[in-house]
Write a protein that binds this ligand. Structure first.
Ligand code: ZN
Length: 139
């Protein structure tokens, strides 16, 4: 059984299932400043924050830099799936749409932050085509 304050001991129930750990007072004194924050974190986990990848704004700016379409860039977006809409996707607070991709070929993709639909704007010489693909849960 426990014989020294320099030890720690795993405690088991009668069936051998581990219940917890008993830490000797000497060991606890030497490590508690480091262990306590970890324990506190484990007992009160932070709410999960959805981390979105950063918007590829450099790609968007590159597309603007090579803009040779016959119309000016537009920033309005509509989600056909849930009806979310904006006049300027960059200006919403909180944001309604998230730029997920842009390329020099004229494609700009967005995610609707309300319903996760993917909205693709394809820029052609004289017109823009917009396609909305509802989100499919792959799990
Ligand atoms: Zn939507």
């Amino acid at each position: 059984m426990f014989s020294s304050p320099k030890e720690f001991l795993t405690l088991h129930d009668v069936s051998g299932k581990p219940l917890g750990v008993f830490i000797g007072s000497e060991i606890w004194e030497t490590c508690k400043n480091e262990v306590l924050p970890i324990l506190t974190q484990a007992m009160h986990p932070e709410p999960v924050v959805v981390q979105r990848p950063p918007e590829p704004l450099k790609d968007w700016e590159a597309l603007l830099g090579y803009w040779d379409f016959t119309y000016p860039p537009a920033y309005d977006l509509v989600c056909e799936n849930c009806g979310a809409a904006t006049d300027d996707w960059r200006a919403d607070d909180p944001r309604k749409f998230w730029l997920t991709a842009a390329n020099l070929g004229g494609l700009a993709s967005f995610q609707c932050l309300h319903c996760k639909s993917r909205i693709m704007k394809r820029h052609f010489k004289k017109h823009v085509s917009v396609e909305c693909r509802p989100y499919v849960d792959k799990s």
